[in-house]
Design a binder for this molecule. Structure first.
Ligand code: ADP
Length: 272
């Protein structure tokens, strides 16, 4: 439609007309802004009492309020586990909202890919161990820079690695590899030997709140927001995310990041 409107229309008598359509988007913008503010306020308001609840549960569990009856321990664990899930959900909703409205701030730095991957392996090893999964690096470290926000890059890696672990059988491996793709791109891949993603669900993997199986939410405690956030974060880093998955065999998620123009970057000093 836009292209048609941009071209002049020539009628049979030879007269030419230019059509222009003006759409007032002020109201839509205002609605979007109200929605963003509402989400941000509600999420913040939920976080404060939740922090107090988590503090109280932790004090009860630690015995600060005196000895608890034996039957209370599993109940406190349920309260702790579920309040932690709520915190994660609220943080995810806040992240999505900020990403959408362009209010998520990034602290850009040029860092060696190898250092970032090494940090991700180190930070996520305890999580993998809790699933009885071995987290391993494959291939040579890539000694090239990427321009990222180190905390957001760590969040992307944590999402991919925790997904891989959550869907892997005990005793299996999750492999993280890094490769150069041509002269302008670097790739990090996280692959697992897990359940794989059902073919019918694959087109919806990056949708918000989408989970392959309704029982995923109970079993893995996920929210279905992780990959939507991961995709948006990678896009902010001017990168791309993709995956291949074979049901019953496993999945491999790849992120590709562009190599920054060497003349425009300053190398960050401290390691992540
Ligand atoms: P969450 O993990 O919180 O459920 P995500 O957005 O991270 O949400 O993932 C969405 C869904 O995609 C998951 O619920 C799961 O069904 C599927 N999925 C993601 N990664 C994997 C993986 N490595 N193996 C199998 N299924 C996966």
């Amino acid at each position: 439609w836009l292209q048609l409107l941009k071209r002049p229309l020539t009628l049979s008598d030879g007269s030419r007309y230019l059509l222009a359509v003006a759409v007032d988007i002020t109201e839509r913008r205002q609605m979007e802004q109200m929605k963003a503010e509402f989400i941000a306020t509600v999420s913040h308001e939920l976080r404060t009492p939740l922090t107090a609840i988590r503090g109280a549960v932790s004090m009860l569990s630690s015995g600060m309020a005196g000895d608890m009856p034996e039957a209370a321990t599993p109940l406190l664990e349920i309260a702790d586990h579920n309040s932690e899930r709520l915190v994660r959900l609220i943080n995810d909703i806040l992240d999505i909202e900020k990403l959408e409205s362009g209010r998520l701030s990034f602290h850009w730095e040029a860092l060696p890919l190898a250092t970032l991957v090494e940090a991700a392996l180190r930070d996520n090893t305890p999580l993998a161990a809790s699933f009885d999964v071995t987290l391993v690096a494959e291939g040579n470290p890539v000694d090239a820079l990427v321009e990222v926000d180190r905390h957001r890059f760590a969040q992307v890696m944590a999402n991919l690695i925790s997904n891989a672990c959550k869907h892997s059988p005990p005793g299996s491996r999750v492999v993280v590899s890094q490769t150069r793709r041509g002269s302008s791109w670097l790739e990090v891949a996280v692959s697992d030997q897990g359940s794989g993603i059902p073919l019918t669900f694959q087109p919806r993997v990056f949708e918000r709140f989408a989970q392959a199986d309704a029982s995923d939410r109970r079993r893995t405690g996920g929210t279905g927001l992780g990959l939507a956030i991961t995709q948006a974060l990678v896009a902010e880093m001017r990168g791309e995310i993709d995956f291949t998955s074979t049901p019953g065999e496993g999945s491999c998620f790849q992120i590709r990041l562009p190599r920054p123009d060497p003349s425009s970057v300053t190398v960050a000093k401290e390691a992540p």
